[in-house]
Design a protein. Structure first.
Length: 261
């Protein structure tokens, strides 16, 4: 994956995530065409006599592929199309009213209900439903990421909003009899958060259907080793590059990883 453009380096982690998701959508865009050309789609779906029911089933393909194409183009362009995205604000504004904020559950529910009602057993349709749901998960991650970007100092600076400076706060208990002076200039204290999330990610990868798990596992281990150091951002970006095609596995952990940056 290419480096994040210079003017967005302040929010590099979030932009890297959007680019990785864009790559995942680009792969899924190709999957839609492949599934539609499967013979059992042609044998089943176009033969539905009720035109309205046929249209609702076909919405899985039409909406799913339109979503994949739009999201791939819109996300990947963030890093090179400065005309379309001159600022961070323009990136956030681009997705308003898009698939990211659409309620797509009825599309899936109606199509599945009709497919079952007609007694169809279309493999391509079932694969499209799974693909559609994966895209919904990715869209949710994009929405969460856009929210994080809107909370960033870069966005606030662009829009003349007040910027709150972080004030580190450390609470230390059970120090009775301790020889450590909290105000001492000779004491260096490092406090690290829980790394349980790395174990959870590895477990999710092992339990998934991913064929070649080792590159992802190694990327997780690199993040864990770099946690709490200046190298964590680079390790995170490497993980995101490997996870681009497996966002349904990594998506539940994105918020926790982002908080570590």
């Amino acid at each position: 994956m290419s480096n994040v453009r210079a003017d967005l380096r302040e929010v590099e982690a979030q932009i890297s995530r959007l680019l990785a998701i864009g790559e995942a959508f680009r792969t899924k865009d190709r999957d839609w065409s492949h599934l539609k050309n499967k013979e059992d789609w042609g044998r089943n779906i176009p033969q539905i006599e009720d035109g309205l029911k046929q249209a609702k089933v076909e919405h899985i393909y039409c909406d799913g592929r339109d979503m994949a194409g739009f999201m791939a183009d819109a996300l990947l362009a963030v890093n090179y199309d400065v005309t379309r995205y001159p600022t961070l604000t323009s990136i956030i504004e681009r997705f308003k009213g898009s698939w990211v904020y659409s309620d797509l559950d009825p599309v899936v529910e109606q199509a599945q209900r009709i497919h079952e009602e007609l007694g169809l057993n279309c493999w391509a349709f079932n694969q499209m439903v799974a693909l559609f749901k994966e895209q919904q998960t990715l869209a949710n991650v994009v929405r969460q990421t856009l929210y994080l970007l809107k909370e960033s100092n870069l966005y606030k600076k662009e829009n003349g909003l007040p910027i709150e400076k972080d004030t580190p706060s450390v609470s230390i208990g059970n120090v009775t009899g301790s020889n450590v002076s909290i105000g001492s200039s000779n004491v260096s204290q490092t406090i690290k958060g829980s790394t349980a999330v790395f174990f959870d990610i590895r477990e999710a990868i092992h339990a998934s259907g991913i064929e070649d798990k080792q590159p992802l596992i190694q990327a997780v281990e690199s993040m864990e080793a770099a946690h709490g150091t200046s190298g964590f951002t680079q390790a995170y970006q490497q993980f995101m590059a490997f996870a681009a095609d497996h966002m349904t596995v990594s998506a539940p952990f994105m918020a926790t990883l982002a908080a570590m940056l």
